[in-house]
Ligand binder design. Structure first.
Ligand SMILES: C[S@@+](CC[C@H](N)C(=O)[O-])C[C@H]1O[C@@H](n2cnc3c(N)ncnc32)[C@H](O)[C@@H]1O
Length: 864
């Protein structure tokens, strides 16, 4: 059983030439969400004493003192820190100041809060509405609302005081079928929303209804008229209304506008292809996103392919809801609010905005690329399911793909836009096996809300800079308009220049070097030179922002050093290796001092500094003991306060180095870190975080019991250990003997060393001799540039030839897992499957942030 949230999101078909299966590569796109924030928080808590920032409630008072071995599972919930406001423009500011963008937080994280918040608001509104409805049913005289008469919700609230004061925007409750209309302060927005809802509302309602109730919708085409379903329908109406209203507001706040059909009538044909959305000129590229956000999940886009004549990449982008598959394109009534049925715009907007009038049902047959209509080819009713002129409202409407793009529209852009939304990269990188560039592409969404939900995930899209003015006001008496984040930065900068008092000095680690963040992911660098000790408050902030690198940061530092591990051919050969390293950086918690052993391998040129036992661990032990002794006469609260005062700092060797940033996330790498995990420098940034490694192991377990797995680039054992923990036998190969020693040690910590065979060798040489059920490939990604590249090319950007690694692995088994950067060219990895083949590209989200791609081949692919 996978303990993570996992789902298929799309099915991409890449065609070499014709649209036959033999020339097709089927690429299933999936997402896996794992969560390890509690491990990070644990790391942080053990770094900082005194948390002054009350915003950050990690809810881990118990956690602090618990044994790390009994850490909660990834799926367990924990409190997510409250996120700052005012982010995007600040991120830009940070960038200009040469400070880490993450000072400004993440707009995506901010968005995480939105649904929950909105949900609460929504619940409140529903409460009001339910009350209203109840009263209506009971002929409650006080609150009866006359039909078609709007009342201000504030009015309702005034009778219900605990509901008041917290509404985001005033709304009115309209009698007819729960129609709730915003009475936005800006009448333009209100009108816009009304236009939008009038134009699309019914289609949206019916679409969602069909998805939610596929059976009922077939047997009962008018649920609003049936006594059995009226209530359900009304509830659905109310919920959908607010859902779309919130989406609409969201996009409106981002500066998007909605044009009513009348306005479209005056637009050019070209414009008219872009339904219902009129973006500000500067935001043109986000057009599709707007449309998607508003008419989320509605589009059945089928782009007619203009073949290679124009040297463009054709693609069909088709929305498909699983639930709706069964409903096929049977004739059915379109939904209609009975009260509004007759006076809706009877399809005037159909041509321009068909999406709102569609059904979610996309016949599977239409997904057959052979049926994709090409330029110049007339669409048959079988293809499009319906005459486009068929008015949608209250008439017999055949469920069909709803949103068709004209052939003139650039398919490349459609593809790019869809991929951007999904967080996938399409490049022109060389394809495997001499495959030329793909000629056709189709994309079918397998998850209804994927496009919408994608907006709330951090997929490292470019920061959207808004034109906001930020003032640096020195006058603290005046009410400053500057953001919290800016204040934070200023405080930080001020404090690092302040001399620090002795009291603080006692506990805090000295930071003599420049304090730098190598988060090239965000293109930011902090280079604050300070010979002072950082005051704890901003040390905390600093750690928060800088000691929490991405996985990509970890991997980005797999730079040219990896080359130095390459041994001469003469020194190659398989060698089992279970000796502890001599010159690794030691971060052992067991109290043992670093061991220096003479190395028989002179090839390693690294100068690794042995570290002392981390002081934080000693402090913690003493503290625990101390607190036990001094329990008498003290309240628990005091004990907790005391424990917070102790600083659990990283060892100086780490605190003063670029590795400092990794310290706070040590438990993310190995949750049993304190039990004796050892890492060398490269290990710190190259190990696969435990939760992701665990997930991959579980994926294998789903297909194979007692599998033999080759971990071709085992490093310090992050993956190998998880494979072994899942009951597999592991052949762990690494070219670097230090890594093998560390991996062995770490496997011992987890008690799985006996399940792993450690082989010191160049995988490229030994691969043909290995036999296994599964091969796991996690090669070095070739240095920090991988993430700054827009699209990562596995053939050219790694130290090793990514194609060759794969080719050799295929000799062992077809069941291969390729662990690659998140910005990897998806078409290139898909090409590894070969014509007629299949591949699954899984996006790995860690705390809702896209981190890596895990590409599965052979039997490991999970079919929808
Ligand atoms: C990204 S790390 C692997 C991290 C590992 N998955 C983990 O979780 O610890 C890549 C490893 O590949 C090793 N390596 C580089 N070239 C190699 C080769 N030709 N053969 C075998 N291992 C190699 C490096 O020494 C490094 O430890």
């Amino acid at each position: 059983m996978l303990c993570v949230e996992w789902n298929h999101v799309a099915e991409m078909c890449l065609y070499l030439d014709d649209l036959s299966e033999e020339s097709r590569i089927l690429c299933l796109c999936s997402r896996a969400f794992v969560n390890d924030r509690h491990l990070y928080c644990l790391g942080l808590r053990r770094v900082y004493r005194n948390k002054k920032n009350n915003e950050r409630d990690y809810n881990d008072d118990e956690e602090e003192e618990e044994d790390s071995s009994s850490l909660p599972a990834a799926s367990e919930t924990f409190k997510v820190p409250v996120i700052e406001e005012e982010l995007d423009s600040e991120a830009e500011l940070m960038l200009q100041m040469g400070l880490p963008v993450k000072f400004g937080g993440s707009s995506y994280e901010k968005n995480f809060i939105l649904p929950d918040h909105s949900f609460k608001e929504h619940k409140k509104r529903r409460k009001v509405r339910n009350k209203h409805q109840k009263c209506k049913n009971e002929s409650c005289v006080d609150d009866v609302v006359e039909p078609a008469q709007d009342i201000d919700i504030e009015e309702v609230r005034s009778k219900n005081p605990d509901q008041s004061g917290k509404e985001e925007s005033p709304v009115t409750v309209s009698e007819g079928a729960y129609s709730l209309k915003p009475t936005a302060a800006d009448p333009t927005i209100q009108k816009s929303w009304e236009d939008y809802w009038n134009q699309h509302g019914q289609g949206l309602l019916w679409q969602d209804w069909v998805v939610k109730n596929p059976e009922i919708s077939q047997s009962n085409p008018e649920p609003w008229n049936s006594s059995e379903t009226t209530e359900e329908w009304n509830k659905h109406y109310s919920e959908s209304y607010w859902q779309y209203y919130e989406q609409f507001n969201y996009w409106t706040q981002l500066g998007w506008t909605f044009n009513s059909p009348g306005e479209f009538a005056e637009q050019s044909t070209e414009d008219a292809k872009l339904p219902s959305c009129s973006p500000p000129p500067t935001l043109e590229k986000d057009l599709d996103r707007l449309c998607d956000g508003i008419v989320n999940g509605l589009e059945n886009i089928n782009l007619n392919i203009n073949e290679a004549e124009q040297d463009c990449k054709p693609i069909s982008v088709i929305y498909e809801s699983h639930q709706a598959q069964d409903t096929e394109n049977h004739e059915t009534h379109c939904p209609c609010d009975p009260d509004h049925c007759d006076h809706q715009n009877g399809g005037s907007g159909e041509t321009n905005a068909p999406s709102g009038h569609s059904s979610s049902s996309q016949p599977v047959s239409q997904l057959n690329p052979e049926k994709t209509v090409h330029k110049g080819q007339a669409r048959t009713s079988e293809d499009n399911g319906e005459d486009d002129d068929e008015p949608p409202e209250c008439k017999q409407a055949k469920i069909k793909r709803s949103h068709e793009l004209d052939v003139e529209e650039n398919p490349q852009e459609v593809l790019a836009e869809s991929s951007t939304i999904l967080g996938l990269k399409h490049g022109k990188g060389q394809k495997y096996g001499g495959i030329p560039d793909f000629k056709h592409r189709t994309l079918r969404y397998l998850d209804k809300g994927v496009r919408h939900r994608s907006h709330f995930l951090d997929m490292h899209r470019p920061v959207n800079v808004k034109n906001r003015h930020i003032f640096f006001a020195d006058d603290s008496d005046k009410k400053s308009t500057k953001s919290k984040t800016l204040k934070k930065v200023q405080t930080f900068l001020r404090k690092v220049e302040e001399p620090v008092d002795d009291e603080i000095n006692e506990d805090l680690p000295e930071v003599e070097d420049s304090f730098s963040s190598s988060d090239s992911d965000e293109q930011d660098t902090l280079n604050v030179k300070s010979t002072n000790v950082l005051a704890e408050s901003h040390l905390e902030e600093a750690f928060e922002e800088h000691y929490y690198p991405d996985i990509d940061e970890q991997s980005e530092m797999q730079d040219a050093k990896s080359n130095s591990y390459l041994l001469d051919d003469s020194s190659m050969g398989i060698e089992t290796h279970c000796k502890l390293p001599s010159n690794a950086i030691w971060c052992s918690a067991d109290g043992s001092s670093p061991q220096e052993q003479s190395r028989d391998n002179a090839d390693s040129t690294r100068q690794l500094v042995p570290l002392e036992i981390p002081s934080y661990l000693q402090v913690e032990t003493e503290e625990k003991n101390g607190s036990q002794v001094s329990t008498a006469g003290r309240s628990n609260k005091k004990k907790k306060q005391k424990s917070k005062k102790k600083i659990l700092s990283p060892p100086p060797e780490i605190a003063g180095s670029h590795l400092a940033k990794y310290w706070a996330q040590r438990y993310r790498l190995f949750s049993r870190f304190d039990e004796g995990i050892q890492l060398d420098e490269e290990g710190w940034f190259s190990v696969t975080p435990e939760k992701i490694a665990e997930h991959i192991a579980q994926r294998i377990l789903q297909c194979f019991k007692n599998a033999v797995v080759v971990d071709a680039f085992c490093g310090v054992g992050g993956n190998a250990i998880q494979f072994a923990l899942a009951g597999m036998r592991v052949i762990a190969v690494d070219i670097d003997p230090v890594k093998l020693d560390l991996a062995y040690n770490n496997a011992q910590v987890y008690g799985v060393e006996d399940q792993i065979e450690f082989i010191r060798a160049d995988y490229m040489h030994v691969a043909p001799d290995l036999k296994a059920d599964v091969v796991f490939l996690s090669p070095p990604w070739g240095g920090p540039d991988y993430v700054s590249a827009e699209i990562f090319d596995i053939k050219t950007m790694m130290n090793l030839d990514g194609f060759e690694i794969f080719r050799l692995s295929q000799k062992i088994t077809k069941n291969i897992i390729y662990f690659v950067p998140r910005n990897t060219d998806v078409e290139q990895v898909a090409s590894l499957a070969g014509p007629g083949g299949q591949v699954e590209v899984e996006q790995n989200f860690l705390n809702k942030k896209l981190k890596t791609l895990t590409v599965y081949f052979g039997d490991l692919i999970r079919k929808p």
